[in-house]
Design a protein around this ligand. Structure first.
Ligand SMILES: NC(=O)c1ccc[n+]([C@@H]2O[C@H](COP(=O)([O-])OP(=O)(O)OC[C@H]3O[C@@H](n4cnc5c(N)ncnc54)[C@H](O)[C@@H]3O)[C@@H](O)[C@H]2O)c1
Length: 391
């Protein structure tokens, strides 16, 4: 198996600069490529100040200084020149399929034979990104969570043509990248399906939250009361604040994506469509569910609407977990729970489901009727409880 020494990060934006940081801390030489001088300047500054702060706190690897790490980082705007000695290229450019395909092709053409091209895409098919390039066996997904230095999870994704060797290298390198908050967890994604593991398992819960939000709107119930229903006790942000923070345009995009790839039942709810039409996109426009004009809102959660059955979320997620087990995306329910804990900082749904699959299946029968969403019906693996043996 090739020993990886030289990594190129393609795209030095939000994700690329964090990926470069952990690759340097993992002991690799890094060349960062971007088309924008301003982004390159910001990325270098981010890494330099980040390393200096870590050095001051004594958090750099033993015997390594901030200056040592920066000495192993270089930047290059010329992709062809940057990849000529690359063992691994991790792509984190904007989410556009034709751009990713073009860069993949270019990297494979101009890098050494053994070089692996890994995409950090959140939503695209690795198989499609590799389409048309000469060595699709060298193309995999390495999906980091934001920010990469702090979020423990990395999903390593096998495209239909990715070789086992490329996957093994992707997993080995990912495991070697330090995480500043706990131990890194690397999940092997065995099949290239929309959303991979974590995003996929959590995606259909939006059907229920859209239903609740639409119902509250019809009944004239204040968002704060719905937020009190939806928000978990120890979450760093309330549910609707988080939704505003991420952006209601992103929520619309995600709904449309899964509606196209998985089922029309994912189509957006009325409130989501209305917010997008009116430009109430959340933090970025100053208004979403809440007013952001004076900074992050502090909703009063003292009164609940009492519309939400939180167990429904657990049931929907466990059902989706069973679906990806059925599809062969993963082969163990424990991996799903570990991935969700590492990627989202809250427990996954599967352990609970191993003891309560009958109750959760009944609940899903009831709510699939109520919401008129066939997609929410329990799948065979959940109903039968046979997933319990897939450890
Ligand atoms: N932001 C997140 O939360 C997150 C999480 C996981 C995965 N991702 C994925 O990571 C990727 C990057 O996301 P981001 O949030 O860092 O975006 P970003 O917009 O912050 O950065 C993208 C960078 O790509 C650069 N770029 C554009 N064309 C280029 C080219 N031809 N060559 C080199 N660089 C080029 C841009 O100048 C920009 O700096 C996307 O595929 C996204 O889906 C993002």
């Amino acid at each position: 198996m090739t020993k990886v020494k030289n990594i190129v990060t393609l795209g030095f934006g939000d994700m690329g600069k964090g990926i470069a940081q952990i690759c340097l801390m993992g002991g690799y030489n890094v060349i960062a490529v971007d088309v924008s001088d301003e982004i390159i300047k910001k990325g270098l500054e981010y890494n330099k100040t980040g390393f200096e702060k870590l050095e001051a706190k004594g958090k750099l690897p033993a015997g390594v200084s901030a200056a040592d790490l920066m000495a192993r980082l270089s930047v290059n705007k010329d992709l062809v020149d940057a990849v000529k000695d690359a063992d691994l290229v991790i792509e984190a450019v904007v989410e556009k399929l034709d751009l990713k395909q073009k860069l993949c092709n270019n990297v494979i053409e101009n890098s050494p034979d053994h070089c692996i091209f890994a995409s950090n895409t959140s939503s695209m098919s690795i198989t499609e990104i590799a389409e048309g390039c000469k060595k699709p066996q060298n193309v995999i997904g390495i999906h980091f969570f934001n920010p990469a230095p702090l979020m423990r999870l990395v999903e390593v994704i096998k495209g239909y043509k990715s070789s086992d060797e490329a996957m093994d290298i992707g997993v080995e390198v990912s495991k070697s990248l330090p995480c500043l908050r706990g131990e890194r967890f690397v999940a092997r994604v065995l099949k290239d399906r929309p959303g991979f593991i974590v995003n996929r398992v959590l995606s259909p819960s939006s059907m229920y939250s859209n239903y609740i939000v639409d119902l509250a709107y019809e009944k004239g119930i204040p968002w704060e009361q719905i937020d009190a229903d939806l928000s978990g006790p120890n979450a760093p942000m309330t549910s609707l604040t988080l939704s505003d923070f991420t952006g209601r345009d992103i929520a619309l995009h995600v709904s449309e994506y899964y509606a196209e790839k998985l089922s029309p039942d994912f189509k957006p709810g009325k409130v989501l469509l209305m917010q997008n039409k009116e430009g109430k996109l959340g933090k970025k426009t100053g208004q979403g569910f809440y007013d952001w004009s004076k900074g992050r809102p502090q909703p009063d959660l003292s009164k609940k609407a009492g519309l939400v059955n939180r167990l429904v979320f657990a049931a929907i997620s466990a059902n989706e977990g069973c679906r990806i087990l059925e599809e062969g995306v993963v082969d163990s329910w424990k991996v799903i729970d570990e991935a969700i804990l590492a990627g989202m900082n809250f427990p996954g749904p599967m352990k609970y489901a191993t003891e309560h699959f009958k109750e959760l299946s009944d609940l899903l029968e009831e709510y699939s009727e109520k919401l008129e969403k066939l997609y929410l019906k329990p799948c065979e693996l959940l109903k039968s409880g046979k997933f319990v043996d897939m450890v």
